[in-house]
Design a binder for this molecule. Structure first.
Ligand code: SF4
Length: 294
């Protein structure tokens, strides 16, 4: 069976940078303990568990935290919460991706200029939560159909997106928004890493089976799955080698494999070996999950 490893795939520059920042902090005895992480660093349980095993405490809010250091994840948080953390006298390690910060800055600039904002994102995603925390003049849409429910009368109106949304969906949304609000300024903020991974998958045309590797909570991994399914390709989304047991490879001559931006390369490499050897057990350790070299 032929196995095609689609490139680019897996860890993006934002995730690599965040992991490097945190690994360095863990080695530094001068960083105030305990070290907390506000939400998961990225949407991947193997990485989160590896950090828990290294003593990092994952929290959902800073409500009961009065000493130590708070890690802000690659998805970012609103400036309001950053101020709250500082006001409590807590130290901050900021691992927010530069692409997410760029979107925050754009939206803040437009709000300062008197604009209302329409944001396309997922309500439960930390990046979108962080952006919504900037102002109540940000109107969230989660699908193209939500445009019908918008009722905004500001002539200054701008559209932006969560960085990990599907690029072709974003283009369709912009088209529909321009019909309803011809004066709208549109900023598609899908990050380059997300676009490149989506395009590489679309351009890999002739596989019998597409395997998408990543955590079910990862938005960009789910977008890869959705893209494939919309193209009527035979698609499975799996987390690791153990899930291969559930795949029927009968009649499959060519497999294409890709992974979301938060999926450790070691998992994809092990899956490829497992398909070849039919040994579907995993031997990976925490060190493998946090080692971003491909
Ligand atoms: S997916 Fe894009 S926005 Fe998110 S961490 Fe990676 S590079 Fe940054």
């Amino acid at each position: 069976m032929e196995i095609v490893k689609i490139t680019p795939q897996g860890f993006c520059k934002g995730v690599i940078r965040a992991i490097a920042i945190i690994n360095k902090a863990l080695e530094n005895p001068n960083i105030k303990r305990p070290i907390y992480m506000l939400g998961g660093l990225v949407h991947n349980k193997h990485i989160i568990n590896a950090y828990k095993n290294k003593g990092i405490i994952i929290i959902d809010s800073i409500d009961n935290i009065h000493n130590g250091t708070i890690i802000i994840t690659a998805h970012g948080i609103s400036k309001k919460i950053i101020k709250e953390i500082k006001d409590r006298g807590l130290d901050i390690i900021n691992a927010t991706c530069f692409d997410v910060l760029k979107t925050h800055d754009l939206i803040q600039k437009k709000l300062d200029e008197g604009y209302d904002i329409i944001l396309y994102g997922k309500s439960k995603h930390p990046e979108t939560k962080g952006i919504l925390g900037i102002s109540d003049k940000i109107n969230l849409i989660e699908s193209i159909n939500d445009i019908d429910n918008l009722n905004i009368n500001n002539l200054k109106l701008a559209f932006a997106t969560q960085t990990t949304m599907g690029y072709s969906d974003v283009l369709k949304i912009i088209e529909k928004l321009k019909l309803k609000y011809p004066h709208i300024e549109t900023y598609e903020e899908v990050c380059t890493a997300t676009k490149l991974r989506q395009n590489a998958l679309i351009e890999t045309v002739d596989a019998d089976l597409y395997i998408i590797v990543g955590d079910p909570t990862s938005n960009n991994t789910n977008k890869l799955r959705e893209i494939c399914e919309k193209m009527n390709r035979k698609t499975v989304m799996i987390e690791n080698t153990l899930d291969l047991k559930n795949i029927n490879f009968e009649g499959i001559n060519k497999v294409a494999i890709t992974a979301g931006a938060s999926t450790p390369p070691a998992i994809v490499n092990e899956i490829i070996d497992a398909i070849k050897t039919k040994d579907f057990n995993t031997k990976l350790t925490d060190h493998d999950y946090l080692n971003y070299r491909t």
